[in-house]
Ligand binder design. Sequence first.
Ligand code: ARG
Length: 576
Amino acid sequence: MNLKKYLDQQVEDCLASAGSPGAPAVVKQAGKPEFGHYQANGIMGAAKKLGVNPRELALKVVEYAEKVLHETATLEIAGPGFINITLSPDFIASKLTGMFADKRLGVTAESPQKILVDYSSPNLAKEMHIGHLRSTAIGDAAVKVLEFLGHEVIRANHVGDWGAQFGSLLAYMDRLENEGKPLATELKDLEQFYQKASELFRTDEEFARDAREFVVKLQSGDDACRSLWQRFINESISHCQAIYALLDISLTADDVKPESAYNDDLTEIVSALESKNMIEISDGAKCVFLPEFTGKNGDPLPSIVQKSDGGFPYVATDLAAARFRGQQLRVNRAIYFVDGRQALHFNQLFAISRKAGFFDKSQDFRHVPFGAILNKDGKPYKTRDGGAVKLADVANESISRALSLVGDKNPGLTEQDKADIARVVGVGAIKYAELSKNRTTDYIFDWDTMLSFDGNTAPYLQYAYTRIMSIFRRATSDNELNNVAFRLEEPAELALAFKLLQYSEAVEGVTEDFQANVLCTYLFELAGLFMSFYESCPVLKADDETRDSRLKLCDLSARTLKHGLGLLGINTVEQM
Ligand code: ARG
């Protein structure tokens, strides 16, 4: 049960009985967690609208609320008309018992929708670089949370596998083949392959001519050229899949629906726009002008849907994809996790699609943007020579740094255990660093912070989890915890219990604005409250009933931490 939503509803009903229907209750958690406080702040606004004294309205609301909430909480008017709601320890204990017995940890499913999530979506002409971490990690967490909330989720990896940049690659493959060099070996380092090809394109005229010819051949469906291209694409996709596997990302090869899959729809998209009189020719290109998009000087800003040479740009493919998602898949929602610098592209894309009827008003298409990854000096994160930092290198470096930390922390582990733990910690650290930030702002990529065992990091949470596991390795009680009653007496116990009950608020909070940091902050606070509880309340040395109640709190804390981290795509280990 989502406590906040429940209290919101109760106070709103009471507001309605007190003569203010439809007024929002605005219930928020307030004060230290051990107090179990929520506060309703909406009374003042409602009183203002009604033209009555806020404290008098609050008094009426409390009168009604006491009737329905008397077993749940005590109510008190504070300040100019706030209502303080203090949950009773019995209520907390009984709800916690329910949560303990529930596999879903108290999170109820929402009414299911069909939701497409477009994420990761790298361009295949290059190796995945650090910038892809954002869309990939944030998108994968969103997908997991949405699925857990009961939705049918379609993962869409809209990879870029089409366009002029493939000309040089194909020309280079062709040249290598002619020279008798084994392509499979050459393609191992895709980044280098791409660099060599583009270098040749810049310096060798004959090569550049070949490259341009290859683009034409590719687009006209030439068989030999297509099969060469397919080899490159396959190689490139298997690189991506290897990175997804390394990073525990749930995208499979079946989730790839590349740009090229929409080729056959592109002319039709343009005719559809033409038949709606949406196309204007400008400098030989077919453009859509919408009044809401203007440039700096107020001039109308075009979206070019077909270039003067007949080629189709990025937006054309995206229009075809949007139509497919809207009309064929009939999604309720389509969420695009893409860099904030593409905001204009998506605004135009959605505006054109809506006007052309590619999806309708009931379908929610949305760009979820994010900022850039910076180095400590606030500059874009690059290699020393200014190149893109490969995502695979980032992952491997994180794992090797984690390995030395784990070795320092627990030298007695076997090499295999150390390696297994390092992978979970290293991968967790970089993903969590992403997810714990407000996604809209740029963030600084800093190894020391993200791999620290203190602070709001994955290693800290993973370590908290292992602390709980170690309690269970030493515990001797064989009472079935399901039958044990919670005894919540110490402030630290109440605080932890209250926090645990807010798990569903945290999970549901993620999808409100696709800020995974809502869940990260929750888990961080939960781990902190667990640590304080563990410091002030002996578990194994307590008398039997208290010990079992505390073990039950430990167990629920561990399950909640593990589950929450799992939704973020982060694993746990039993010891570290
Ligand atoms: N391939 C694009 C890029 O790397 C991102 C694609 C995002 N998805 C989309 N439907 N446009 O910038």
